[in-house]
Design a protein around this ligand. Structure first.
Ligand code: BG6
Length: 484
Protein backbone atom coordinates (compact mmCIF):
# COMPACT_ATOMS: atom_id res chain seq x y z
CA UNK A 1 0.00 0.00 0.00
CA UNK A 2 1.20 3.48 -0.87
CA UNK A 3 1.66 5.94 1.99
CA UNK A 4 -1.29 8.19 2.83
CA UNK A 5 -1.20 11.54 1.09
CA UNK A 6 -3.32 14.33 -0.31
CA UNK A 7 -3.45 14.20 -4.09
CA UNK A 8 -4.25 17.65 -5.43
CA UNK A 9 -5.33 17.59 -9.06
CA UNK A 10 -5.10 20.90 -10.91
CA UNK A 11 -7.36 20.57 -13.94
CA UNK A 12 -9.94 18.50 -12.05
CA UNK A 13 -12.65 19.20 -14.61
CA UNK A 14 -10.44 18.30 -17.56
CA UNK A 15 -10.26 15.38 -19.88
CA UNK A 16 -7.13 13.78 -18.47
CA UNK A 17 -8.66 13.61 -14.98
CA UNK A 18 -11.77 11.90 -16.30
CA UNK A 19 -10.29 9.62 -18.93
CA UNK A 20 -7.10 8.48 -17.26
CA UNK A 21 -6.53 9.58 -13.68
CA UNK A 22 -9.84 8.39 -12.23
CA UNK A 23 -9.75 4.98 -13.97
CA UNK A 24 -6.15 4.58 -12.80
CA UNK A 25 -7.06 5.47 -9.20
CA UNK A 26 -9.99 3.08 -9.39
CA UNK A 27 -7.71 0.27 -10.60
CA UNK A 28 -5.26 1.03 -7.80
CA UNK A 29 -8.13 0.91 -5.29
CA UNK A 30 -9.24 -2.43 -6.75
CA UNK A 31 -5.75 -3.77 -6.18
CA UNK A 32 -5.82 -2.51 -2.61
CA UNK A 33 -2.79 -0.29 -3.21
CA UNK A 34 -4.19 2.97 -1.86
CA UNK A 35 -4.01 4.05 1.77
CA UNK A 36 -7.14 4.73 3.79
CA UNK A 37 -5.68 8.13 4.55
CA UNK A 38 -5.71 9.16 0.87
CA UNK A 39 -7.49 12.44 0.07
CA UNK A 40 -8.13 13.72 -3.42
CA UNK A 41 -8.63 17.44 -3.88
CA UNK A 42 -9.72 18.70 -7.29
CA UNK A 43 -8.93 22.26 -8.31
CA UNK A 44 -10.37 23.99 -11.34
CA UNK A 45 -11.63 27.44 -12.24
CA UNK A 46 -15.30 26.67 -12.85
CA UNK A 47 -18.10 26.55 -10.33
CA UNK A 48 -19.17 23.22 -8.94
CA UNK A 49 -19.62 21.60 -5.56
CA UNK A 50 -17.76 18.54 -4.36
CA UNK A 51 -20.98 16.59 -4.73
CA UNK A 52 -21.33 17.69 -8.36
CA UNK A 53 -17.75 16.71 -9.10
CA UNK A 54 -18.29 13.29 -7.55
CA UNK A 55 -21.49 12.81 -9.55
CA UNK A 56 -19.83 13.88 -12.81
CA UNK A 57 -16.98 11.47 -12.29
CA UNK A 58 -19.29 8.65 -11.22
CA UNK A 59 -21.21 9.14 -14.44
CA UNK A 60 -18.09 9.13 -16.59
CA UNK A 61 -16.83 6.00 -14.85
CA UNK A 62 -20.15 4.35 -15.56
CA UNK A 63 -20.02 5.41 -19.22
CA UNK A 64 -16.74 3.50 -19.70
CA UNK A 65 -18.59 0.24 -19.28
CA UNK A 66 -20.32 0.97 -22.60
CA UNK A 67 -17.57 2.87 -24.36
CA UNK A 68 -15.32 0.36 -26.03
CA UNK A 69 -13.20 3.00 -27.74
CA UNK A 70 -11.62 3.83 -24.40
CA UNK A 71 -8.64 1.83 -23.17
CA UNK A 72 -10.53 1.45 -19.93
CA UNK A 73 -13.72 -0.50 -20.54
CA UNK A 74 -14.55 -2.75 -17.60
CA UNK A 75 -17.76 -4.81 -17.72
CA UNK A 76 -18.95 -3.04 -14.60
CA UNK A 77 -17.75 -0.57 -12.01
CA UNK A 78 -17.37 -2.18 -8.61
CA UNK A 79 -19.30 0.08 -6.22
CA UNK A 80 -16.97 -0.72 -3.34
CA UNK A 81 -13.77 0.20 -5.16
CA UNK A 82 -15.28 3.27 -6.82
CA UNK A 83 -16.89 4.22 -3.49
CA UNK A 84 -13.41 4.18 -1.93
CA UNK A 85 -12.28 6.84 -4.43
CA UNK A 86 -15.56 8.77 -4.54
CA UNK A 87 -15.77 9.40 -0.82
CA UNK A 88 -12.26 10.83 -0.84
CA UNK A 89 -12.99 13.46 -3.49
CA UNK A 90 -13.44 17.12 -2.64
CA UNK A 91 -13.54 20.00 -5.08
CA UNK A 92 -12.29 23.50 -4.59
CA UNK A 93 -12.80 26.28 -7.11
CA UNK A 94 -9.67 28.24 -7.78
CA UNK A 95 -7.82 30.28 -10.37
CA UNK A 96 -4.50 28.54 -11.15
CA UNK A 97 -2.70 31.88 -11.15
CA UNK A 98 -4.21 33.46 -8.02
CA UNK A 99 -2.28 33.37 -4.75
CA UNK A 100 -5.57 32.98 -2.88
CA UNK A 101 -6.07 29.48 -4.34
CA UNK A 102 -2.77 28.37 -2.83
CA UNK A 103 -3.30 30.08 0.50
CA UNK A 104 -6.49 28.06 0.87
CA UNK A 105 -4.71 24.83 -0.08
CA UNK A 106 -1.95 25.62 2.39
CA UNK A 107 -4.51 25.99 5.17
CA UNK A 108 -6.12 22.64 4.35
CA UNK A 109 -3.15 20.45 3.55
CA UNK A 110 -0.79 18.88 6.02
CA UNK A 111 1.60 15.98 5.68
CA UNK A 112 2.35 14.21 2.41
CA UNK A 113 1.03 15.83 -0.73
CA UNK A 114 1.25 15.34 -4.48
CA UNK A 115 0.35 18.22 -6.77
CA UNK A 116 -0.70 16.81 -10.12
CA UNK A 117 -0.62 19.38 -12.92
CA UNK A 118 -3.23 18.04 -15.34
CA UNK A 119 -3.40 21.50 -16.89
CA UNK A 120 -2.42 23.21 -20.10
CA UNK A 121 1.36 23.57 -20.38
CA UNK A 122 1.21 27.36 -20.07
CA UNK A 123 0.25 26.90 -16.40
CA UNK A 124 3.17 24.62 -15.43
CA UNK A 125 5.49 27.50 -14.52
CA UNK A 126 2.85 29.69 -12.80
CA UNK A 127 1.40 26.82 -10.71
CA UNK A 128 4.82 25.70 -9.48
CA UNK A 129 5.75 29.31 -8.65
CA UNK A 130 2.56 29.69 -6.62
CA UNK A 131 3.03 26.35 -4.87
CA UNK A 132 6.52 27.46 -3.91
CA UNK A 133 5.42 30.91 -2.77
CA UNK A 134 2.68 29.44 -0.57
CA UNK A 135 5.21 27.13 1.10
CA UNK A 136 3.41 24.06 -0.23
CA UNK A 137 6.61 22.49 -1.58
CA UNK A 138 8.47 22.55 1.74
CA UNK A 139 9.13 19.02 2.91
CA UNK A 140 9.31 18.81 6.68
CA UNK A 141 8.92 16.33 9.51
CA UNK A 142 9.18 13.30 7.23
CA UNK A 143 6.41 14.50 4.91
CA UNK A 144 6.93 14.55 1.17
CA UNK A 145 5.78 17.20 -1.30
CA UNK A 146 5.85 16.20 -4.97
CA UNK A 147 4.83 17.79 -8.25
CA UNK A 148 3.70 15.80 -11.27
CA UNK A 149 4.07 17.57 -14.59
CA UNK A 150 2.45 16.41 -17.79
CA UNK A 151 3.73 16.98 -21.29
CA UNK A 152 4.51 18.96 -23.37
CA UNK A 153 7.49 20.00 -21.30
CA UNK A 154 8.58 23.10 -23.24
CA UNK A 155 8.33 23.73 -26.95
CA UNK A 156 12.02 23.64 -27.82
CA UNK A 157 15.38 23.37 -26.09
CA UNK A 158 15.45 26.95 -24.81
CA UNK A 159 11.93 26.86 -23.35
CA UNK A 160 12.48 23.42 -21.76
CA UNK A 161 15.66 24.70 -20.12
CA UNK A 162 13.84 27.79 -18.87
CA UNK A 163 10.97 25.70 -17.50
CA UNK A 164 13.34 23.32 -15.74
CA UNK A 165 15.17 26.27 -14.20
CA UNK A 166 11.89 27.85 -13.07
CA UNK A 167 10.64 24.62 -11.48
CA UNK A 168 13.96 23.80 -9.87
CA UNK A 169 13.92 27.24 -8.35
CA UNK A 170 10.95 26.15 -6.23
CA UNK A 171 11.53 22.41 -5.81
CA UNK A 172 14.37 19.94 -5.66
CA UNK A 173 14.78 17.58 -8.65
CA UNK A 174 13.78 14.70 -6.32
CA UNK A 175 10.35 16.33 -5.88
CA UNK A 176 9.64 16.70 -9.59
CA UNK A 177 7.92 13.89 -11.49
CA UNK A 178 7.78 14.65 -15.23
CA UNK A 179 5.37 12.31 -16.94
CA UNK A 180 5.69 10.69 -20.31
CA UNK A 181 2.78 8.29 -20.52
CA UNK A 182 4.71 5.96 -22.87
CA UNK A 183 6.74 4.96 -19.82
CA UNK A 184 3.53 3.79 -18.17
CA UNK A 185 3.02 1.28 -20.96
CA UNK A 186 3.83 -2.26 -19.89
CA UNK A 187 5.30 -3.03 -23.30
CA UNK A 188 7.74 -0.15 -22.99
CA UNK A 189 8.88 -1.23 -19.52
CA UNK A 190 9.14 -4.73 -20.87
CA UNK A 191 11.93 -3.76 -23.29
CA UNK A 192 14.42 -3.71 -20.44
CA UNK A 193 13.30 -7.18 -19.37
CA UNK A 194 13.61 -8.55 -22.90
CA UNK A 195 17.05 -7.09 -23.39
CA UNK A 196 18.59 -7.76 -20.01
CA UNK A 197 16.74 -10.77 -18.58
CA UNK A 198 17.48 -12.96 -21.61
CA UNK A 199 20.89 -14.19 -22.58
CA UNK A 200 20.50 -14.24 -26.34
CA UNK A 201 19.80 -10.65 -27.27
CA UNK A 202 22.48 -8.60 -25.59
CA UNK A 203 25.42 -10.28 -27.43
CA UNK A 204 23.96 -9.33 -30.82
CA UNK A 205 22.40 -5.99 -29.81
CA UNK A 206 24.98 -3.81 -31.50
CA UNK A 207 26.34 -2.39 -34.74
CA UNK A 208 28.13 -5.60 -35.59
CA UNK A 209 24.83 -7.47 -35.98
CA UNK A 210 22.14 -4.84 -36.35
CA UNK A 211 21.68 -3.10 -39.69
CA UNK A 212 19.16 -0.48 -38.64
CA UNK A 213 16.21 0.17 -36.34
CA UNK A 214 12.77 1.52 -37.30
CA UNK A 215 10.63 3.17 -34.63
CA UNK A 216 7.03 3.83 -35.61
CA UNK A 217 4.08 5.46 -33.87
CA UNK A 218 1.34 5.59 -36.46
CA UNK A 219 -2.22 6.62 -35.74
CA UNK A 220 -5.37 6.42 -37.84
CA UNK A 221 -7.15 9.21 -35.96
CA UNK A 222 -6.77 12.85 -36.95
CA UNK A 223 -6.30 15.75 -34.53
CA UNK A 224 -9.91 15.39 -33.38
CA UNK A 225 -10.91 18.29 -31.09
CA UNK A 226 -7.33 19.24 -30.30
CA UNK A 227 -6.64 21.65 -33.19
CA UNK A 228 -6.00 24.50 -30.77
CA UNK A 229 -3.22 22.56 -29.06
CA UNK A 230 -1.90 20.85 -32.17
CA UNK A 231 -1.63 23.89 -34.49
CA UNK A 232 1.33 25.47 -32.67
CA UNK A 233 2.73 22.05 -31.72
CA UNK A 234 2.87 19.64 -34.67
CA UNK A 235 3.85 16.00 -34.86
CA UNK A 236 7.55 16.51 -34.14
CA UNK A 237 7.08 18.25 -30.79
CA UNK A 238 4.02 16.18 -29.87
CA UNK A 239 5.66 12.79 -30.28
CA UNK A 240 9.38 12.73 -31.05
CA UNK A 241 11.54 14.20 -28.25
CA UNK A 242 9.22 12.57 -25.72
CA UNK A 243 7.39 9.36 -26.72
CA UNK A 244 9.60 8.15 -29.58
CA UNK A 245 12.71 8.99 -27.62
CA UNK A 246 11.45 6.85 -24.74
CA UNK A 247 11.32 3.95 -27.15
CA UNK A 248 14.70 4.85 -28.59
CA UNK A 249 16.34 5.05 -25.19
CA UNK A 250 14.87 1.77 -23.98
CA UNK A 251 16.08 -0.03 -27.08
CA UNK A 252 19.47 1.66 -27.33
CA UNK A 253 20.64 2.40 -23.77
CA UNK A 254 23.58 0.61 -22.18
CA UNK A 255 22.71 -1.84 -19.39
CA UNK A 256 22.25 0.09 -16.15
CA UNK A 257 24.34 -0.99 -13.17
CA UNK A 258 21.19 -1.81 -11.21
CA UNK A 259 17.46 -1.25 -11.16
CA UNK A 260 18.06 1.83 -9.11
CA UNK A 261 16.14 4.81 -10.48
CA UNK A 262 19.27 6.89 -10.85
CA UNK A 263 21.24 4.12 -12.58
CA UNK A 264 18.50 3.74 -15.15
CA UNK A 265 17.96 7.45 -15.57
CA UNK A 266 21.71 8.02 -15.97
CA UNK A 267 21.85 5.56 -18.85
CA UNK A 268 18.77 7.02 -20.48
CA UNK A 269 20.16 10.53 -20.30
CA UNK A 270 23.52 9.30 -21.59
CA UNK A 271 22.06 7.64 -24.68
CA UNK A 272 19.99 10.70 -25.55
CA UNK A 273 23.05 12.86 -25.14
CA UNK A 274 24.82 10.57 -27.63
CA UNK A 275 22.15 11.12 -30.29
CA UNK A 276 23.65 13.33 -32.97
CA UNK A 277 21.36 16.35 -33.51
CA UNK A 278 18.91 15.71 -36.34
CA UNK A 279 19.47 17.56 -39.61
CA UNK A 280 16.76 18.90 -41.95
CA UNK A 281 18.21 17.05 -44.96
CA UNK A 282 17.55 13.76 -43.14
CA UNK A 283 14.02 14.56 -42.05
CA UNK A 284 10.61 14.89 -43.64
CA UNK A 285 7.42 16.59 -42.58
CA UNK A 286 3.95 15.98 -43.94
CA UNK A 287 0.38 17.11 -43.39
CA UNK A 288 -2.72 15.08 -44.13
CA UNK A 289 -4.98 16.16 -46.98
CA UNK A 290 -8.55 14.89 -47.39
CA UNK A 291 -8.75 11.15 -47.89
CA UNK A 292 -10.41 8.03 -46.62
CA UNK A 293 -10.51 6.27 -43.30
CA UNK A 294 -12.04 2.81 -43.32
CA UNK A 295 -14.08 3.59 -46.41
CA UNK A 296 -15.35 6.94 -45.11
CA UNK A 297 -14.30 10.25 -46.58
CA UNK A 298 -12.41 12.32 -44.00
CA UNK A 299 -11.37 15.94 -44.11
CA UNK A 300 -7.85 17.22 -44.41
CA UNK A 301 -5.94 18.79 -41.53
CA UNK A 302 -6.56 22.33 -42.82
CA UNK A 303 -10.30 21.76 -42.56
CA UNK A 304 -10.15 20.62 -38.94
CA UNK A 305 -11.61 22.78 -36.14
CA UNK A 306 -9.23 25.46 -34.77
CA UNK A 307 -6.75 24.91 -37.61
CA UNK A 308 -5.75 27.66 -40.00
CA UNK A 309 -6.81 27.22 -43.65
CA UNK A 310 -3.23 27.69 -44.79
CA UNK A 311 -1.60 25.87 -41.87
CA UNK A 312 1.90 24.48 -42.37
CA UNK A 313 1.86 22.44 -39.17
CA UNK A 314 3.11 18.90 -39.73
CA UNK A 315 0.93 15.95 -38.77
CA UNK A 316 3.66 13.53 -39.84
CA UNK A 317 7.38 13.54 -39.13
CA UNK A 318 10.10 11.11 -40.14
CA UNK A 319 13.78 11.42 -39.38
CA UNK A 320 17.03 9.52 -39.48
CA UNK A 321 19.17 9.61 -36.37
CA UNK A 322 22.57 8.26 -35.51
CA UNK A 323 23.98 7.58 -32.10
CA UNK A 324 27.59 8.45 -31.40
CA UNK A 325 28.74 5.57 -29.27
CA UNK A 326 30.61 2.31 -29.93
CA UNK A 327 27.52 0.09 -29.72
CA UNK A 328 25.61 1.95 -32.43
CA UNK A 329 28.35 3.34 -34.69
CA UNK A 330 26.94 3.55 -38.21
CA UNK A 331 23.50 2.12 -37.36
CA UNK A 332 20.69 4.41 -38.53
CA UNK A 333 17.61 4.79 -36.35
CA UNK A 334 14.64 5.72 -38.51
CA UNK A 335 11.76 7.32 -36.62
CA UNK A 336 8.31 8.10 -37.99
CA UNK A 337 5.06 9.24 -36.49
CA UNK A 338 1.87 10.61 -37.93
CA UNK A 339 -1.86 10.98 -37.74
CA UNK A 340 -4.45 9.77 -40.26
CA UNK A 341 -2.24 6.98 -41.52
CA UNK A 342 -3.33 3.65 -42.89
CA UNK A 343 -2.73 1.72 -39.68
CA UNK A 344 -2.53 2.13 -35.91
CA UNK A 345 0.84 0.77 -34.97
CA UNK A 346 3.43 1.56 -32.35
CA UNK A 347 6.45 -0.66 -32.63
CA UNK A 348 10.20 -0.95 -32.78
CA UNK A 349 11.59 -3.09 -35.59
CA UNK A 350 15.20 -4.18 -35.24
CA UNK A 351 16.67 -5.27 -38.59
CA UNK A 352 19.62 -7.60 -38.33
CA UNK A 353 22.43 -7.83 -40.86
CA UNK A 354 22.46 -10.83 -43.18
CA UNK A 355 24.67 -13.77 -42.19
CA UNK A 356 28.16 -12.67 -43.09
CA UNK A 357 29.41 -15.91 -44.60
CA UNK A 358 28.53 -19.46 -45.30
CA UNK A 359 26.09 -21.62 -47.14
CA UNK A 360 23.64 -19.04 -48.32
CA UNK A 361 26.01 -16.39 -49.56
CA UNK A 362 24.57 -15.12 -52.83
CA UNK A 363 20.98 -16.10 -51.95
CA UNK A 364 18.41 -13.36 -51.42
CA UNK A 365 17.48 -13.90 -47.78
CA UNK A 366 14.53 -12.35 -45.99
CA UNK A 367 15.96 -10.00 -43.38
CA UNK A 368 15.82 -11.13 -39.77
CA UNK A 369 13.62 -8.51 -38.17
CA UNK A 370 12.61 -8.49 -34.54
CA UNK A 371 9.47 -6.46 -33.85
CA UNK A 372 8.81 -5.21 -30.37
CA UNK A 373 5.06 -4.56 -30.46
CA UNK A 374 4.09 -1.73 -28.17
CA UNK A 375 0.51 -0.95 -29.26
CA UNK A 376 -2.13 -2.17 -29.98
CA UNK A 377 -0.42 -5.58 -30.23
CA UNK A 378 1.65 -6.29 -27.17
CA UNK A 379 4.45 -8.77 -27.55
CA UNK A 380 7.19 -9.54 -30.02
CA UNK A 381 7.65 -11.31 -33.30
CA UNK A 382 10.68 -12.31 -35.31
CA UNK A 383 11.15 -13.11 -38.93
CA UNK A 384 13.42 -16.04 -39.85
CA UNK A 385 14.45 -17.95 -42.93
CA UNK A 386 13.50 -21.62 -43.02
CA UNK A 387 13.70 -24.39 -45.57
CA UNK A 388 10.64 -24.82 -47.71
CA UNK A 389 9.50 -28.43 -47.77
CA UNK A 390 10.59 -30.17 -50.96
CA UNK A 391 13.56 -31.83 -52.57
CA UNK A 392 15.58 -28.64 -53.06
CA UNK A 393 17.09 -26.34 -50.50
CA UNK A 394 14.73 -23.44 -51.09
CA UNK A 395 14.09 -20.85 -48.43
CA UNK A 396 10.97 -19.13 -47.20
CA UNK A 397 10.37 -16.51 -44.54
CA UNK A 398 8.56 -17.60 -41.37
CA UNK A 399 7.54 -15.63 -38.31
CA UNK A 400 7.44 -16.58 -34.66
CA UNK A 401 5.39 -14.38 -32.40
CA UNK A 402 4.50 -13.99 -28.79
CA UNK A 403 1.53 -12.15 -27.38
CA UNK A 404 2.16 -11.25 -23.77
CA UNK A 405 -1.57 -11.56 -23.05
CA UNK A 406 -1.38 -15.30 -23.81
CA UNK A 407 0.98 -15.75 -20.89
CA UNK A 408 -0.01 -13.18 -18.32
CA UNK A 409 -3.51 -12.92 -16.93
CA UNK A 410 -3.13 -9.48 -15.35
CA UNK A 411 -5.84 -7.06 -16.40
CA UNK A 412 -4.59 -4.37 -18.76
CA UNK A 413 -4.12 -1.00 -17.13
CA UNK A 414 -4.68 2.49 -18.52
CA UNK A 415 -0.98 3.13 -18.10
CA UNK A 416 -1.28 5.71 -15.33
CA UNK A 417 -1.60 3.25 -12.45
CA UNK A 418 2.11 2.54 -12.22
CA UNK A 419 2.95 6.21 -12.64
CA UNK A 420 0.59 7.41 -9.89
CA UNK A 421 1.59 4.59 -7.56
CA UNK A 422 5.31 5.16 -8.19
CA UNK A 423 4.90 8.84 -7.42
CA UNK A 424 3.14 7.97 -4.15
CA UNK A 425 5.91 5.61 -3.10
CA UNK A 426 8.59 8.01 -4.37
CA UNK A 427 10.07 5.87 -7.14
CA UNK A 428 11.16 8.20 -9.95
CA UNK A 429 12.43 5.48 -12.34
CA UNK A 430 9.62 5.94 -14.84
CA UNK A 431 9.74 9.71 -14.78
CA UNK A 432 11.81 12.08 -16.85
CA UNK A 433 14.79 13.77 -15.29
CA UNK A 434 15.61 17.34 -16.35
CA UNK A 435 18.79 16.33 -18.19
CA UNK A 436 17.08 13.67 -20.32
CA UNK A 437 14.32 16.10 -21.30
CA UNK A 438 16.87 18.66 -22.37
CA UNK A 439 18.93 16.06 -24.26
CA UNK A 440 15.77 15.04 -26.14
CA UNK A 441 15.01 18.60 -27.17
CA UNK A 442 18.65 19.21 -28.12
CA UNK A 443 18.50 16.29 -30.58
CA UNK A 444 15.51 17.73 -32.47
CA UNK A 445 16.15 21.44 -32.00
CA UNK A 446 17.78 21.90 -35.44
CA UNK A 447 14.57 20.58 -37.03
CA UNK A 448 12.35 22.78 -34.90
CA UNK A 449 14.34 25.81 -35.96
CA UNK A 450 14.52 24.79 -39.64
CA UNK A 451 10.85 23.88 -39.87
CA UNK A 452 9.57 27.22 -38.61
CA UNK A 453 9.15 28.58 -42.13
CA UNK A 454 9.51 25.38 -44.12
CA UNK A 455 6.87 24.11 -46.52
CA UNK A 456 5.07 20.90 -45.66
CA UNK A 457 4.44 17.96 -47.98
CA UNK A 458 0.89 16.64 -48.08
CA UNK A 459 -0.32 13.04 -47.94
CA UNK A 460 -3.80 11.66 -48.35
CA UNK A 461 -5.56 10.77 -45.11
CA UNK A 462 -5.52 7.00 -44.77
CA UNK A 463 -2.23 6.59 -46.67
CA UNK A 464 1.29 5.60 -45.57
CA UNK A 465 2.43 9.21 -45.25
CA UNK A 466 4.30 11.62 -47.55
CA UNK A 467 6.36 10.37 -50.48
CA UNK A 468 9.41 12.07 -49.01
CA UNK A 469 9.41 9.58 -46.14
CA UNK A 470 9.87 6.70 -48.58
CA UNK A 471 12.66 8.60 -50.27
CA UNK A 472 14.37 9.18 -46.92
CA UNK A 473 14.99 5.45 -46.54
CA UNK A 474 15.29 4.65 -50.24
CA UNK A 475 18.42 6.72 -50.51
CA UNK A 476 20.00 4.49 -47.85
CA UNK A 477 18.82 1.44 -49.84
CA UNK A 478 16.16 0.62 -47.23
CA UNK A 479 12.38 0.73 -46.95
CA UNK A 480 9.85 1.27 -44.19
CA UNK A 481 7.88 -1.73 -43.04
CA UNK A 482 4.22 -1.65 -44.00
CA UNK A 483 1.84 0.02 -41.54
CA UNK A 484 -1.09 -2.29 -42.05
C1 BG6 B 1 -0.12 12.08 -26.81
C2 BG6 B 1 -0.18 12.99 -27.99
O1 BG6 B 1 0.89 12.48 -25.93
O2 BG6 B 1 0.10 10.75 -27.26
C3 BG6 B 1 -1.28 12.55 -28.92
O3 BG6 B 1 -0.40 14.33 -27.57
C4 BG6 B 1 -1.12 11.10 -29.31
O4 BG6 B 1 -1.32 13.37 -30.09
C5 BG6 B 1 -0.91 10.23 -28.08
O5 BG6 B 1 -2.29 10.70 -30.00
C6 BG6 B 1 -0.53 8.82 -28.47
O6 BG6 B 1 -0.53 8.00 -27.33
P1 BG6 B 1 -0.99 6.48 -27.39
O7 BG6 B 1 -0.80 5.97 -26.01
O8 BG6 B 1 -2.41 6.49 -27.85
O9 BG6 B 1 -0.09 5.82 -28.41
Amino acid sequence: TAPACTLVIFGAAGDLTKRLLMPALYNLASDGLLADGLKIVGVDHNDRTSEQWRDDLSQTMQSFTEDHTSEFHPDSIDPGHWGFIRERLTFTKGDFEAAETYRRLARDIGGNAIFYLAVSARFFGPVVDQLGAAGLLKEGEGAFRRVVIEKPFGTDLASARALNARILNQADESQVFRIDHFLGKETVQSILALRFANAMLEPIWNARHIDHVQITAAETIGVEQRGGFYEPTGALRDMVPNHLFQLLSMVAMEPPGSFDAEDIRNEKARILEAVRPATPDRAVRGQYAPGEEQGNAVRGYREEADVSADSRTETYAALTLTIDNPRWAGVPFYLRTGKRLTGRLTEIAVHFKPPSHGLFAGTALAPNVMHLHIDPDQGLSTQWNAKRPGPDMRLGAVTSSVRFGDFFAEAPSVGYETLIYDCMVGDPTLFQRADAIEAGWAAVDPLIQAWRDAPVETYAAGSDGPAGAEALLARDGRAWLPLA
